[in-house]
Design a protein around this ligand. Structure first.
Ligand code: FES
Ligand SMILES: [Fe+2]
Length: 434
């Protein structure tokens, strides 16, 4: 709250300074003064500043405050990121028992693993003793041992229990920190002689709902949701699930690599850029535009998914290298996951908020198995993809700076091309007001 208030003051000060400066050079336009005063007044967090009932032709976009206020960011974590299915990784990363990976969504630290029986599990990655993170990165483990209270010289202070929960000395010598099974229970705790009112069954790792769909691992921080795979597909993708399947989004592709980008913009700026129906492509991505027939761009809206499709450009003048193929298929899955299927490639973009004005975008690349050893093709494709991504990074960071200018309050939609973006904003409004 204190941060939101100080930000409001800063904005108001900047607004006053900018207004004075504009007046002094005789640029007194009624629209700008109106915008400045509206902006100063609306520096508080409000979800009512966007009305999903207004048709796209007449609608203003969500205001700048949605893209910059810390209080709005907190609201989004609570009402969106902790309540929707979140893709957190690939099933490839937890192929065998003992495989695990860790990550973070908002302030939720998680670990996903495959237990000894082959079951996929997910937990809050937090030791129940004093909250140390338990696991880091990814790899293979037979159990999770806390790295914090780990002693190598102590004797007679290590206790474990048999299945009747009778405390018995375990071994003397090297003493691990609190230790948990891959399926979650607390197996061992050190130096807790004399502890009372302690029920070991209540101190296992706290589970998170986990599901696998195609090659993706999903988590849902809400405890009451089901993890039945059909229900997940339905909740996450709705009627678009079939369309994804028939357009080559499946587990048959080979996982190639991951690339991560930290961008100085609100996470929604990246999503908006993705959802403008190719509007920016001819100007910002000249290389990409050459490989696409941009006048064929079409957008279809599903419940929580929008799909943009564009035909590939002519092969004339190209050599054998064809990264994009005959059709580019771009699926946006609310709130923050994108699947791009083109030629022999599929890449996914996961956008994670790191704060009100910073996000991380994680690209995972998958390729048709027949090409997975073609290093030249892979390197060339990744370079082209990286170029497009860097062009988008520059655009998004420029937009974030513009959003924070006192000259900007809200924008407008290009109704014929930006309907997927409008749909995204309507879904945000709905989640935030639930
Ligand atoms: S915080 Fe994990 S053993 Fe102390
Ligand atoms: Fe782009």
């Amino acid at each position: 709250m204190a941060t939101a208030m100080s930000m409001s003051t800063t904005t108001a000060t900047a607004t006053t300074a900018k207004t004075t400066s504009l007046m002094s050079v005789s640029l007194r336009r009624s629209w700008s003064l109106k915008a400045f005063s509206v902006k100063a007044a609306s520096s508080r967090c409000s979800t009512s500043e966007f009305d999903p009932k207004i048709p796209i032709e007449k609608a203003p976009t969500p205001p700048f405050s949605w893209y910059s206020l810390p209080s709005f960011h907190s609201l989004e974590l609570d009402r969106i990121f902790y309540k929707t299915w979140q893709v957190v990784g690939c099933s490839e990363e937890i192929k065998d028992p003992g495989d695990y990976f860790t990550g973070r969504v908002g302030s939720v630290e998680f670990v996903v693993c495959r237990d000894d029986n082959g079951k996929v599990r997910a937990f809050h990655n937090v030791c129940r003793h004093h909250a140390s993170l338990l696991a880091y990165g990814s790899g293979k483990k037979s159990c999770f041992v806390c790295p914090y209270h780990f002693n190598s010289l102590l004797v007679d202070v290590d206790f474990t229990w048999d299945q009747h929960f009778v405390w018995v000395p375990s071994y003397i010598g090297r003493v691990p920190g609190w230790t948990y099974g891959l399926d979650g229970p607390l197996l061992k705790a050190t130096r807790i002689t004399g502890i009372q009112n302690f029920n070991v069954n209540e101190f296992g790792l706290i589970p998170i709902q986990v599901a696998i769909w195609g090659p993706f691992v999903l988590l849902n921080m809400e405890q009451k949701v089901t993890s039945d795979v059909d229900d997940v597909a339905n909740e996450w993708l709705g009627s678009a699930s079939e369309v994804l399947n028939t357009n080559g989004v499946d587990s048959s592709l080979s996982y190639i690599c991951r690339r991560e980008y930290t961008i100085e913009c609100n996470w929604k700026v990246f999503c908006d850029n993705y959802l403008d129906g190719g509007y920016h492509v001819p100007y910002a991505h000249k290389g990409l535009a050459n490989g696409l027939k941009l006048d064929s761009y079409s957008t279809t809206i599903f419940e929580k998914v929008s799909i943009q499709i564009c035909e590939g450009g002519s092969m004339e003048g190209k050599d054998d290298y064809d990264r994009l193929g005959s059709k580019a298929f771009y699926a946006f899955i609310y709130p923050n996951f994108m699947i791009n299927r083109y030629g022999p490639w599929m890449d996914t973009n996961l956008v994670l908020p790191l704060g009100p004005k910073k996000c991380q975008v994680v690209f995972d690349y998958f390729l048709e198995p027949s090409l997975k050893d073609d290093k030249d093709f892979i390197n060339r494709s990744l370079q082209d993809s990286e170029r497009v991504q860097m062009e988008d990074v520059a655009l998004c960071e420029g937009v974030q700076r513009g959003l924070e200018s006192p000259a900007y309050c809200f924008g407008r939609y290009a109704p014929k091309v930006e309907n997927a973006m409008h749909h995204f904003h309507c879904l945000l409004h709905s989640s935030l007001n639930e």
